[in-house]
Design a protein around this ligand. Sequence first.
Ligand code: AOF
Ligand code: ZN
Length: 369
Amino acid sequence: MFSQDDHRWMSRALELARRGVYTTAPNPCVGCVLVRDGEVVGEGYHQRAGEPHAEVYALRAAGEKARGATAYVTLEPCSHHGRTPPCANALIEAGVARVVAAMVDPNPQVGGRGLRLLSEAGIETAHGLLAAEAEALNPGFFKRMRTGFPRVTLKLGASLDGRTAMASGESQWITSPEARRDVQRLRARHDAVLSTATTVLADDASLTVRWDELPEGVKAAYPRERLRQPKRIVIDSKNRLTPAQSLFAREGEVWLARHTAQGQWPASVNELLVPRLGEGLDLVSLFMLLAKQNINSVLVEAGASLAGALISAGLVDELVLYQAPILMGDAGRGLCHLPGLEKLARAPKLELSDVRRVGPDIRITAKVV
Ligand code: AOF
Ligand code: ZN
């Protein structure tokens, strides 16, 4: 059904889409290439929510040459009036002859309607070309659209023997500056960073992205003036945080997840009221609330208690573990608190997706299965 040329142009559209990875949230990254008589007549990609979609940039670049062209789009053209008008209509008006989408848009406001509009207008349509690559572009957006939950990445740092702190609690800087730079990249790729009052109070963590500390390759693709701070979500079920913590002095929003509102906060701080569950707050409700606030992806940076609770609740999609070549001994603190786990058969299982060196450390990326 798809020719070699089709593959080539869709690969190009995917490449364009990737340029938006740090800036499109809460929208997905999308790329579009318009080809007529074997020649590219227009290209575009989505840059920022509220700004035009990929197809619009490609159509503007092509002008009259869009007539009779094939449009390669990494996501089904939209059919709804969101922040911008429907791309399906724009493609119809421009007179394109064929539209190839890598995949259908799982957004319930679209969900096949874009392709249907196009084919009802007499345009040849197809989808499913390089679909796995297109899926991988927007894992958070797709998960939120399909399930109503954000995609959750759990970041952990430990010694080679899996310890995060000495028995005394001493723990600062186990992993290298290179690993910390890599964490800056992770933060930049997520819509929100989630932590706890315990971690914030212990480390005086800021949880922000510092553009200067991003790896060089990321800086090239992510101009300083487009830097977007991930929302910082802090679980503070005992209302322990006060406006004095340095977290609140940094640029970007902070959402405090609590049972009850309390205190006077600057405008950049919101209290997110979450129901109680046992000792803490209901994590399932918290994540559903975050998805309702258009958060596609959450990076968790906290201690062993939250890590264990999230894994036990089945809320973690992926784990990123940095391990430093040091041994901290078996009296040190562990990575993940899993009370009541006695049988190996019940131990959470992971599947490695990537293992590499980051400076002197190891980075392991694994999916929770
Ligand atoms: C496309 N092309 O480049 C993108 C699409 O609020 P809006 O108008 O920006 O619409 C956002 C929705 O449009 C988003 O949730 C997703 O379903 C779709 N994104 N569609 O045709 C694009 N970025
Ligand atoms: Zn659109």
